[in-house]
Design a protein around this ligand. Sequence first.
Ligand code: F6R
Length: 250
Amino acid sequence: MEVKIYNDYQGLSAQVADHVIDLVKQNPEAVLCMASGDTPKLCCQLLVQKATSENIDFSNVTFIGLDEWVGIDATNEGSCRFFFEKNLLDPLRFRQSNVRLFNGLSDDLDGECERMDAFIKGAGPIDLMIVGIGMNGHIGFNEPGVSFDLYAHVAELDKTTTSVGQKYFNTAIRLDRGITLGFKHLMESRKLILMANGAKKAGVIKKAVEDEVSNIFPATVIQSHSNAVVMVDKDAASLLQNSLSVAANK
Ligand code: F6R
């Protein structure tokens, strides 16, 4: 696992966007998986700008949404689907047949997980997975205590997730379950980027990078991946031991 530190959120987001552009230049049929949330927002904007100005074709790229809130309608702007469509899929004109997002309203959530696993088995492995980190160390909705042996699954959400998650919604909302890719998917991806920015993420980044790997703090799983990069701005890196950090000078 490598740690790369950027001066600010802009520099971090630009670098992650460049990773995606480079991947698609090398392989126009790449398989990309991404989290929604506040962290990747600017990266998505920059990615759309760069792809548009460089005329990069995303129509053969496969996109997999990392997770979704159970019971939340796709038209709700707090849903992950809403985020992906607005920030990435529509502006980059992904082909619908190349996109697989969880349906959090499905009345057969186990079937939804099986369909997602089958889709990834057919289209995968995932070339690049870009994830964020929650304030409880979750990745996707892999909550504290999660088994590292799972593919897609439905998760009971931790209290931290249900309260922090309110920030995505216009009005207070009941959030109790999520549907998510599992750590088996994460470990099988060819490249994994964990992004974080801001001082509020400094404590969780320190734990993810420096604590012993354990499901008590799920994001520590990143240490076990053979091609993982933790990409953070200076604020999120502020509690890391120097020896573990590689200054990226950008
Ligand atoms: C969202 C997701 C979550 C977020 C995490 C950080 O699709 O998978 O695990 O990545 O909660 O959220 P932000 O980026 O809003 O701080």
